[in-house]
Design a protein around this ligand. Structure first.
Ligand code: XIL
Length: 332
């Protein structure tokens, strides 16, 4: 569907979902691309130092290749998913060598078969109180902000064809918290461009929720600023938390669809936007339905309905909202 507008569309999956034939059939019908939900994270690949195991990720990449799907890697480095043993290394030079070796090994292994990589995930958190807004996390602690440049350069060298993304959340809504994050992320991206650091794409996670304030003009202006740096845009993890919507399914699905719609209309309109991926295809497999974060849970305890297909793999109003939003944009 998205392909007719020159966009790609896909979803996050895990290797074990490939054992579900009905799900795979729906995936092949709906998607032109997949992204690894967790199996490309460093902690998943190398829980024990020196014993990396790429079996599960190989299977995902093979599945994509043999079914004509694009593959997107998530992620190069994410502070939440670096192995525990890495955190325990005190020698800075050794830690830097191991981090860069990991990125080099992971990115070169799939060279030529990856459409894009999230090189770095979620490096901004203004609670740090730092002027640059960078999050206080294991990598910043060990290396200072210079690690960002090292990562992107290592990624480019290891896979010159993949689009290299900086991926983050909490940018779309109209609150002071989101505004602060927009400013810090824009500054991060601008800094990268001015230093010649190869960031090709800003990945908008787009974990949306019912009940938040949204201002399409403010959002569209910010996207223009990012695009003005020569950076492409991709929606990388879209879904909608429905905890604030009523239990009634028809009404809830309508509200979820409306949330997709109001976000997608101004976002897809930006000519720098190249595609979108949902964080799961069906409510059968979703981190929101699993209740990974406390705010995912509905007060009435009903299962959330965040994704375009329901748990029976049937298209919901959210699917229609996505399709309508895609149809409404001019062909790229
Ligand atoms: C979530 C996954 O869906 C979970 O399975 C995992 O255990 C935790 O992370 N931003 C990201 C994703 O970049 O990696 C997160 O995915 C969702 C938030």
């Amino acid at each position: 569907m998205a392909a007719i507008r020159g966009l790609f569309y896909g979803a996050a999956i895990a290797t074990r979902h490939l054992n579900d034939p009905a799900f795979v059939a729906a995936l092949l019908q709906e998607c032109g691309m997949i992204v690894s939900e967790w199996e490309a994270q460093w902690a998943a690949l190398e829980p024990v130092r020196g014993k990396p195991d790429y079996t599960a990720l190989d299977r995902l990449v093979e599945f994509a290749a043999s079914n004509g799907l694009l593959f997107r890697g998530h992620s190069g480095i994410w502070y939440k998913r670096v192995p525990d043993w890495f955190g325990a290394i005190n020698d800075r030079a050794e830690a830097e060598r191991l981090m860069l070796e990991h990125v080099q090994a992971k990115f070169s292994r799939y060279r030529g078969r990856v459409q894009s990589w999230d090189v770095l995930n979620e490096a901004v958190d203004l609670r740090s109180g730092r002027p640059d807004g960078l999050r206080r996390e294991v990598l910043l602690d060990k290396f200072g902000p210079g690690y960002i440049d090292l990562l992107f350069h290592a990624a480019r060298a290891a896979d010159p064809q993949a689009l290299l993304c900086y991926n983050d959340y909490g940018v779309e809504y109209d609150t002071p918290w989101h505004a602060g994050r927009r400013e810090a992320i824009l500054a991060l991206l601008r800094g990268c461009r001015s230093r010649g650091v190869p960031v090709d794409v800003f990945g908008i996670q787009a974990h949306l929720r019912i009940g938040a304030r949204f201002n399409a003009d403010i959002w569209a202006r910010w996207l223009d600023e990012v695009a003005g740096l020569g950076i492409k845009l991709m929606i990388t993890e879209i879904d909608v938390t429905d905890a604030a919507a009523p239990g009634d399914i028809a009404e809830r699905d309508r509200q979820v669809a409306a949330e997709y719609e109001r976000f997608l209309a101004p976002t897809l309109k930006n000519p720098a936007l190249i595609g979108m991926l949902a964080w799961g295809l069906s409510d059968r497999y979703s981190w929101i339905v699993r209740g990974t974060e406390p705010y995912h849970k509905r007060p009435d305890g009903l299962p959330p309905r965040p994704l375009p297909l329901d748990a029976d793999l049937k298209r919901k109003p959210a699917w229609q909202a996505m399709a309508d939003a895609v149809i409404a944009v001019p062909k790229r």
